[in-house]
Design a binder for this molecule. Sequence first.
Ligand SMILES: Cc1ncc(COP(=O)(O)O)c(C=O)c1O
Length: 379
Amino acid sequence: MKKNPVISPSFVIEESLLRQNLEILKSVSDRSGADILIALKAFAAWKIFPIIREYFKFAAASSSFEARLAAEELGGLAHTCSPAYTNENFDEIMNFSSHITFNSLAQFEKFIPQIQKHPYKISCGLRINPEYSDIKTEIYNPAAPGSRLGITRSALGKTLPEGIEGLHFHAMFESSSVSLENTLKYTEARFGDLFHQIKWLNIGGGHNITNRKYDTGHLVSILTSLKERYPNLQVILEPGAAFVLNAGYLLATVVDVVESNGIKTAILDISFTCHAPDCLEMPYKPVIQSAYPEPVAGKPTYRLGGNSCLSGDFIGEYSFKKELHAGSEIKFLDMIQYTTVKTTMFNGIQHPNICLNKEDGYLRTLRRFTYNDYKNRMD
Ligand SMILES: Cc1ncc(COP(=O)(O)O)c(C=O)c1O
C-alpha cells in the first residue's frame, strides 16, 4: 500500500511500538497476577482505545471526565483517585467508577453516605503518603514534606474506618524496579499493619516498565512476594507513561531562522508551552531524530523556538548535520506521553494533528483541529 505522508505539525502514534508496550505490560500482569490499569492522565487519545482494549479494559481516572471516558470508550468502570471531589462532580464519579480513592478522611466521611445509597457497590480506598520517594524532580514528588497528596501515617489510627477496602500510594516517576522495592519497603514499614485490613493495594504509577533497561523479572518477583506476604491483597498498578513510552513522535517544521547575540533560533510550527509543556516544566530535553542532543563544535547549532509569544518558549541547543532552513522537518521522539492530554490553544496556535501510523504503514489522521476548537473553548 502506498504510504501517505505525515502533515506537519502532527503527533504520530506508532501502532507497532504501542503494541510492543502493551505486550510487555500484559506479560507483567499475567506473570505477577497484579492488575494493571492505564492512567488516562498520561494518554487519553480515545480513538486508540480499541487497540488498548485488546490487552487492558480498565483505567485509572483523576476526574469525572476521565472516569466517563474510561467507561464510555475503554468499556470498564474506572478506579478514580482525585485530590478532592466536589458535590457537583461526585454523582458522575460514582456512576463511572468501580473504585474511588479519597485523599483525606474528611472527604471519605463526607461522601460515604452517598456511596452507601448508590445502586451498585463501589469499593472505597484511601490515598496514603509513604513519606518516602526517590523522585529527584520536586514538581513530581507527591511524598515531599507538606505534600497535599495522601494521608500520612500519623493521621491514621490502628484500624481503618469502616467501609475502607483499599489503600493507594503513588510516589514514583520514571522509576526502576529497585525504586519500587525501596518505596514499598518504606510504605510497608509505615502502613504494613493496615494491609491485613484491606482487599486491594494500588501501588500507583511511575513504573518505567516498557523502558528497554527495566528489569521486568525483578518487578514480577516484587509483586509476587508482596502477594505472598499479604494473600488477601489484589495488587494494582496504574502506570500511564509506560503505555506509550517511545511509541510515537511529534513532527514539526522550521518556519523561520532568526539570530540574536550570536544565538540562532529555528522557529517551529509548534510551541513547547502549548504542545509539549513538560519540556519547559520539568524541564525535559527531548531526543530529536538525527540531531545531536548537545552543541557540537563545527556543526550547525540552534535553539528550537515555539511559535508563541512566551519568551521562554524554546529548548536547546541542539546541533544538526546540516543547516536548518524554512521547511526543515524536526522529529521529536517519545512525544506521546503527557502531550496530547496537556496541550493548550494559547495564542490560538494551530494544534498538531493526532495520527495513528497503522502496523501496515497506513497513516490515519484521527483528529485535525480547527478554528472552531479554539473558539468553542471560550464561549
Ligand atoms: C496517582 C497517579 N497515578 C498514576 C500516575 C501515572 O504515572 P506515570 O504516567 O508516571 O506512570 C500518576 C502520575 O502523575 C499519578 O499521579
